[in-house]
Design a protein around this ligand. Structure first.
Ligand code: ATP
Ligand code: MG
Length: 698
């Protein structure tokens, strides 16, 4: 265990002493099959076999490239950018291809890469491969929610579909710089719609299909699209979601508030909802199947500037009102492609599966753009990992011979909860690489993922990044160096992390504090849509001269980075600063605890107390005895001062639709401020909140 975070130097010394003390105590404890006794000292080397063929097979090679990338980013990135197609080359001023200001004392925050260069990301993701003779290679395997529903799309077919949608959008008058809102399930047509926008220079804004009508309306009012793309319905697991009625509600709201959407293009998804049962607004709604197939299958590319906007995406909203993050074209293209290639050690022939939805940044950068720019074959899965049962993922891995599998800790923990049997039933021998994203992965879940899912053969890339960063920032380059369970390891090429104390002073060597980034990287977000001053105050004002991530971080003596969660998730118990992630990690070590979420609450004596919500393994009942055992687990793992004051049984936890626990809501429940829960519309299942309120004190 480790105490982390935002602390002054004096506090840090104290923390280190306490750490040393509990390190000893931790070593004496052995519970649960997947405990990692001392993650910081556990080095997991890539196998010789993996290393032999790896793109970057040694630490020396990584080091050399990293040094070059920070010493001369302009030379480093222009060399990589030259591998893409540019209609016109970017400007070079004094040897520089980028300009930036990260210091608000020097004027407005500004980032630009490859300015003056003319390109198109859709062309680079599709046409380039087709023109290289790869038209009949498979670009995408689509796997439906219901087993047995699937399809295969080649690069040639994908390009034709994209062109048809691009032509239709053009026929409606959508042009370069216009926003298009996409509210679609994970059909092939979702990435198609994104690429079609990119092809004509329109700015896509994907809203996760399942967000409430209010959330959708709010986003539409923000970027004012002429056209909204959707489907009539979708099955997610065993649940029917009537997308069209949500869209109808949202569009009625925006119309009332002064923005009438002209066209709503509806994909008829008959597996979920019959066309004739779909409500229809005659002058506005159009069936996809009525207008798209008749379009010409070629469509001209709109060449755009590297700094023209590519998309707008709202953050998941784990901490508050979602922010409209804006990404531009050139830097995003170069960076997502390069990070994809190296973090997953990608080479032609790999079958890559990312379980994220296109409604999130991961679905943009690492389901759509990054892989397709590399000409990779991707699996696009419409369903959920546990439907119809906990073996579904491994069935899909075997079906398509997936070699790279990328998912989130929340999915890993829920699969772990179902035991090893559903995993072991399937061969999984095609797998050679695993990935994790979205939250810190606790060492026990890491170990299970590594040993059970990957048969101790596949490196895990724990990728730390954000909607704002566009691409991976801290991530393993798996052939180059050893992993440590639960660490995102080292910065990617060109990324200069800085861990700072609360005065903004950069800390050296082994330390804990606030994670910042010192200089720009190609896929950095350029602004918050329509609110540049919120961009500056949220990210650049807290620590002058740095981009502030909002996350806490520890760097160990070997230079490995350990993400410790958001800094506002730190709980101060009698002067001890305890990260919620650390207590959660200890709780899930108990064999009967499947998932835990920990928050602070006002405590008369200690200042703050620890309030833990726990979800139990299937079939286990909550009891006083178990409560005591859970508290004991934390005491022995971290120390008595971290023992939870309250254990609250949670059959389900409030999560964003991307699977992140919304601690903001849990804090309100813990504090008994039930009437101040705030916006719960970004929750995957708002019903769990009521359930939790009911179980309070039980
Ligand atoms: P909001 O900013 O609206 O509150 P969000 O931060 O959850 O929402 P995202 O941009 O989707 O929105 O998530 C980025 C955050 O997810 C990071 O700041 C970090 O807290 C967490 N995260 C992502 N990947 C990792 C990882 N590999 N390890 C640790 N934390 C991670
Ligand atoms: Mg965030």
């Amino acid at each position: 265990g480790r105490l982390q975070s935002a602390a002054s130097e004096a506090e840090l010394t104290k923390i280190q002493q306490v750490e040393a003390h509990f390190q000893q105590e931790t070593q004496a404890v052995s519970a649960g099959q997947y405990v990692v006794e001392d993650a910081e000292h556990t080095l997991v080397e890539p196998s010789d076999e993996f290393r032999k063929t790896a793109l970057i097979p040694s630490l020396e090679k990584y080091d050399a490239l990293y040094k070059e990338s920070v010493k001369d980013p302009d030379a480093f990135w222009s060399r990589i950018a030259s591998e893409f197609y540019w209609k016109e080359k970017w400007e070079v001023n004094d040897g520089k291809i980028h300009t930036e200001n990260f210091d608000i004392r020097e004027g407005p925050i500004k980032v630009e890469w490859f300015k003056g260069g003319k390109t198109n990301i859709c062309y680079n993701a599709l046409d380039r491969h087709v023109e290289a003779g790869r038209a009949s290679d498979i670009a995408m395997y689509w796997e439906g929610n219901e087993p047995g529903y699937d399809s295969t799309v080649t690069f040639g077919q994908l390009l034709e579909l994209v062109c048809q949608v691009a032509n239709y959008l053009r026929s409606l008058g959508v042009k370069k710089g216009d926003a298009v809102v996409i509210y679609m399930p994970m059909l092939v047509e979702l990435p198609v719609a994104m690429l079609a926008c990119a092809r004509i220079g329109a700015i896509h804004s994907v809203v996760f299909a399942g967000f409430s009508a209010d959330s959708l309306a709010q986003r539409i009012l923000d970027c004012k699209p002429k056209v909204v793309l959707t489907a009539n319905g979708v099955m997610r697991g065993a649940k029917l979601i009537n997308l069209k009625s949500i869209v109808d509600d949202a569009l009625a709201q925006t119309k009332k508030q002064g923005h009438a959407v002209e066209t709503c293009l509806v994909y008829g998804n008959e597996v979920a909802t019959k066309k004739e049962e779909t409500a229809w607004v005659g002058e506005r709604d159009v069936w996809w199947q009525d207008v798209i197939p008749s379009q010409a299958s070629r469509s001209e590319v709109e060449w755009v500037d590297a700094e023209d906007p590519l998309f707008l995406l709202y953050t998941s909203g784990s901490t508050g009102k979602p922010k409209g993050v804006l990404h531009t074209t050139g830097g995003y293209m170069v960076y997502t492609a390069t990070t994809f290639k190296h973090a997953f050690d990608y080479r032609p022939g790999d079958i890559y599966w990312c379980t994220a939805d296109c409604g999130w940044i991961t679905g943009h950068s690492y389901l759509t753009y990054g892989p397709l720019l590399n000409g990779a074959t991707v699996v696009n899965f419409e369903g959920v990992p546990t439907y119809p049962d906990a073996g579904r993922c491994w069935e899909i891995v075997d079906k398509y011979k997936v070699t790279i599998f990328y998912t989130a800790p929340t999915a890993i923990r829920s699969l772990m909860r179902a035991g090893d049997e559903p995993v072991k039933k399937h061969s999984r021998k095609s797998l050679r690489m695993l990935g994790s994203v979205g939250e810190p992965i606790n060492p026990a879940a890491w170990k299970w993922y590594y040993e059970v899912v990957g048969d101790s053969r596949c490196p895990i890339s724990d990728t730390w990044w954000q909607t704002e960063t566009g691409g991976f920032m801290i991530t393993p380059v798996p052939g180059a160096f050893a992993l440590k369970p639960g660490s995102a390891t080292f910065p990617f090429f060109g990324v200069q992390p800085a861990i700072v104390d609360e005065n903004g002073k950069e800390l050296e060597g082994e330390c804990s504090g606030y994670l910042c980034i010192k200089a720009s990287w190609p896929s950095a977000f350029r602004t918050l849509f329509g609110d540049h001053s919120r961009y500056e105050t949220t990210y650049f004002a807290p620590f002058k001269g740095f981009y502030f991530s909002g996350d806490g971080c520890h760097r160990d003596k070997d230079g490995y980075y350990w993400l410790t969660g958001r800094v506002d998730d730190v709980i101060n118990v009698s002067g001890h600063r305890i990260g919620s992630a650390e207590v959660e990690s200890a709780l899930v070590l108990h064999p009967q605890c499947a998932e835990a979420a920990v928050v602070g609450y006002d405590h008369d004596v200690k200042g703050q107390g620890i309030y833990a919500f726990v979800t139990l393994v299937e079939g286990v009942d909550y009891s006083e005895e178990l409560r005591k055992a859970l508290v004991a687990k934390v005491r022995s793992q971290i120390g008595p001062f971290a023992a939870p004051d309250v254990i609250h049984w949670a059959p389900g936890l409030p999560k964003t639709r991307s699977g992140k626990i919304m601690r903001r809501i849990l804090r309100k429940i813990a504090a008994n401020q039930i009437d101040e829960l705030g916006d719960v519309s970004t929750l995957a299942d708002p019903g769990v909140v009521e359930q939790l309120i009911e179980l309070k004190g039980k």
